[in-house]
Design a protein around this ligand. Structure first.
Ligand code: GSH
Length: 228
């Protein structure tokens, strides 16, 4: 069932969509990118992901696969001739999945909590919390990379994709708030890894620039519903 007829429903600015695009690029899979407009959902999206109604959705021979990390695993298992994304060792695999879940459950919400904070006090709290998380991720990098350049060792792996997809947004939040979440003194491993990840062939064409993300972020924040 590998082969062509691959479509991806997504949006350029979404870190979740970036995960699917990076996985497809790593495997050199050609795909059609069907861009969803911000603030609306196409009929194809509603039909393909009726449960969550969210992007990304991968359509392989018109069969939908939803949820970014599940898509990454599907791509890895389907296009086996390309470089492996998940580690072959079950323990290494479990550790990468653990940290990928941490990225989704803790790190993303904390990072976007900075941008959405309604007072300076709340913003400072969210920044401190996110910085502590970067330190944890720095330690995870040491454990997973085993001295290599990426979480996956010498190649980009599952956790690189899970966390790396948000690096552009980390930079955008840093620039918008004037606070560094990661730097070469406190989290040197994370900082160097982020540079390497963003300049990788499979990543650079899908990773938007900081200024472009800031512009989008301001527009998206101004469209948030008011909180009471
Ligand atoms: N857990 C999902 C995944 O990993 O794919 C999250 C996907 C997600 O939140 N996508 C956002 C979305 O479609 C775009 S960044 N939002 C529209 C909505 O929430 O209605």
């Amino acid at each position: 069932m590998a082969g062509s007829d691959v479509k991806l429903l997504g949006a350029w600015q979404s870190p979740f969509v970036m995960r699917a695009r990076i996985a497809l690029n790593l495997k050199s899979v050609e795909y059609e990118f069907l861009e969803e407009k911000f603030g609306s959902k196409s009929d194809l999206l509603l039909k393909s992901n009726p449960v969550y109604k969210k992007i990304p959705v991968l359509l392989h021979h018109n069969r939908p696969i939803c949820e970014s990390l599940i898509i990454v695993q599907y791509v890895d298992e389907t296009w086996t001739s390309g470089p492996s994304i998940l580690p072959s060792d079950p323990y290494d695999c479990a550790i990468e999945r653990f940290w990928a879940a941490y990225v989704d459950d803790k790190f993303f919400p904390s990072l976007f909590g900075i941008a959405k904070a309604e007072s300076e006090e709340k913003k400072a709290e969210a920044i401190e919390q996110t910085k502590e998380m970067v330190v944890l991720l720095e330690n995870a990098f040491k454990e997973c990379s085993k001295g290599g350049e990426f979480f996956g060792g010498e190649r980009i792996g599952f956790l690189d994709i899970a966390l790396g997809s948000v690096v552009g947004w980390v930079r955008a939040v840093e620039s918008m708030t004037g606070f560094q979440l990661s730097d070469k003194e406190t989290t040197p491993g994370f900082a160097r890894w982020a540079e390497r990840f963003c300049t990788h062939e499979a990543v650079k064409e899908v990773m938007p620039g900081t200024e472009t993300l800031i512009e989008f972020g301001k527009m998206a924040l101004s469209n948030l519903p008011p909180t009471n």
